[in-house]
Design a protein around this ligand. Structure first.
Ligand SMILES: Cc1cc2nc3c(=O)[nH]c(=O)nc-3n(C[C@H](O)[C@H](O)[C@H](O)COP(=O)(O)OP(=O)(O)OC[C@H]3O[C@@H](n4cnc5c(N)ncnc54)[C@H](O)[C@@H]3O)c2cc1C
Length: 233
């Protein structure tokens, strides 16, 4: 059994690291537990342009600064996955490395990735959820991005720098993401925007994605689009 903490925070994304900074400044002993990589989703953002104080900063650098700030303030930060939590006057947190106890617990575990639910999605090479991680594999090739929020727009902008063509597919008639990102995207010559359209199937050859089946949500019309990569955002 390790040391007892005033506060244990589960999740080392922006929310968890922020909580650690505030709690340390309030004089609490803090253990922050992260299962994968510090910074959470923001660490994969190519460019963050809405964080006050930075006109533009890479997500990785922003994550690094948050981590350093929490660590410099004395937060104990460990790479451990929280497997279970036992409530009580003394909360018991079990991880893949051991057991910790605390008086208060903050769950800052972020979101769960949403998939399209299509056959082959989990198995096929060519289906990705991270443009920053996998985009380089598709340099000079044709890809599609599915989604309508800022993450999708950012992914498409990032991919447009190196891919031959990027098709952005969104099920609604308008994007939900930042208008400034949409404006930047529409100015790119190698980006096609396909609205009111859903992906209904994946085409493959030998375990690799070769295209996507599309259906208009307005007319019901179907068609296929040949792509080497599909980025789900
Ligand atoms: C490509 C991309 C670009 C983006 N760009 C921007 C942007 O420019 N501006 C902006 O404001 N937002 C942006 N976002 C959104 C932003 O990253 C998220 O809103 C933010 O990361 C949410 O922070 P969070 O701490 O709540 O969750 P997350 O970032 O999801 O962090 C949760 C953390 O909890 C960890 N975790 C989960 N379960 C456990 C467990 N059992 N044990 C231990 N750890 C666990 C996860 O590994 C993860 O690191 C972007 C997102 C993406 C994907």
């Amino acid at each position: 059994m390790s040391q007892h903490y005033d506060l244990i925070i589960v999740g080392g994304g922006p929310a968890g690291l922020t909580a650690a900074i505030y709690a340390r400044r309030a004089g609490r002993s803090v253990l922050l537990l992260e299962k994968e990589s510090f910074g959470g989703q923001i660490a994969t953002a190519p460019k963050v342009e809405n964080f006050p104080g930075f006109s533009a900063i890479s997500g990785a650098e922003l994550a690094d600064r948050m981590y350093t700030q929490a660590e410099d303030l004395g937060a104990c930060i460990e790479l451990e996955e929280v497997l279970s939590v036992q409530p009580g006057p003394e909360i018991t947190v079990t991880t893949d490395y051991g057991v910790h106890t605390c008086t208060a617990l903050i769950l800052a575990t972020g979101m769960k990735r949403r998939t399209l639910g299509l056959p082959g999605e989990e198995r096929l090479s060519g289906v990705s959820y991270c443009a920053v991680c996998d985009g380089a594999f598709y340099a000079g090739r044709d890809v599609a991005v599915v989604g309508g929020g800022s993450a999708a727009l950012q992914d498409a902008l990032f991919l447009a720098d190196t891919c031959r063509k990027v098709t952005v597919i969104h099920r609604r008639s308008q994007f939900r993401g930042d208008p400034v990102l949409e404006e930047a995207l529409r100015a790119r010559a190698n980006v096609d925007v396909v609205l009111d359209t859903v992906v209904t199937g994946l085409r493959e050859s030998g375990g690799a994605l070769t295209g996507v089946c599309l259906q208009s949500t307005v007319t019901g019309e179907t068609r296929e689009l040949a792509v080497d990569g599909l980025f789900e955002a």
